[in-house]
Design a protein around this ligand. Sequence first.
Ligand code: FE2
Length: 465
Amino acid sequence: MTRSQKKEGSISDIFTSLNPDGFGKAALPDRFIDLKKSLWNAGLVQSWRDVLGELEVATSELLTFGGTQVIPRISYEELKGGLSKSLAEEIKRVGSVVVTGAVPKEEALGWKRSIQEYASLNKDRVKGFPANDIQVYELYNTKPQLLARTHPAILHTQAALLALWHTGTSSSNISLSTPISYSDRLRIRQPGDASFKLGPHVDGGSVEKWEDPGFRAYYAKILGGGSGWREHDSFDAGSRTLVKGDLYETANQCSIFRPFQGWTALSNTGPGEGTLRVFPNLQLSTAYTLLRPFFRPRNASSSSSFDAEDWVPDLESSAFPGSMPGNTQEYTDGTHPHLRLKEAMVEIGRVEAGDQVFWHCDTIHSVESFHGGKTDSSVLYIPAVPLTLQNADYLRDQRIAFEQGIPPPDFPGGEGESQCQGRATKEDALGLSLEGRRALGYAEFVAGEGLDEGFVREVNRVLGF
Ligand SMILES: [Fe+2]
């Protein structure tokens, strides 16, 4: 393994808002003033005005016509026939999608029962958040997780969604048609829970989005000013693979190219029952996020004004609202008023056990602060991740961690499930389908459809074949 373990912890470590020190209390060092100045150009004023204008139109429309129905939904049966051009465009515009029915309901409910049995069998060793009444488990290596990550219909869904991306000039080093496994944890959230309240956020770093040269290249059109933000391509995998979201190497920070985060439902859950919300306009929220640190309210009384006239360039402070090095980018009405989060964050709608939700790595998302339902709201976090050289390198270390029963490299470390009875083993992995074994890094890749010969050779070498 080439990666060292992260310190022990839980999902709360990466959210400034879930930490006792609170949100936005610590000022960023002065080097962030220099960073802002180095990125500034006068054309950003025009971008800012445009984006605020468009946000006003988009959020008003959303409030008039919107709600949950703006989130694209497709059944797995339909998806198998291929995404229509219009639905593909809609998923790209909104930045998220619900795929229903890929896994039979009974199978998904069986997975949950099996996880609950495992958690109770190993109750003295299982950790999570919050520690005294776990809703989000530090479990990565249960048998149902292994089965779900390699489920043919889930892998097929991932490939269909990864095809929304394009590889640009790096086509020989990425295979968007080859999904691989990125192990993550799970949530079994009980009715009445108010502890697991993840406010609006974007995964994959905060200040890193301006600090890292790879991110700056990916966002070059937005940072270039003028109307460039309209041309930003959120689905340019060739460029996105070059970003470094874990500049500070903190636990819970995704270090690989993860185009879509996602989950597979293990329960029937609807709005108000502790589920996911998203901001349903990817282009606008991304542009606004990138532009926001360059502007401040003209005076204290204009801090919640939507009017561009009330905002002026801010190159004298180190403020990057909602950003904290190594943590997730967070959003509140105070830090990002123009998003009108309270109204514009849309519930993803009712899901049944076995349904999947995916959202683009730049989509602003949150988890309802209170679970007001009558039954558990449960998911396995399973993203859509393609084969790349860097991702193969991670897959090798993830495989080693899996065999030891410890958390995967990006997650809080410690002994994890190494002493737990009944966890998934290498033998279980070797008993899976060829496609499943490949996704886990247990079988060689072969050149062919979407897989360049030189790339495959390199990938297999990295994986030790
Ligand atoms: Fe997240």
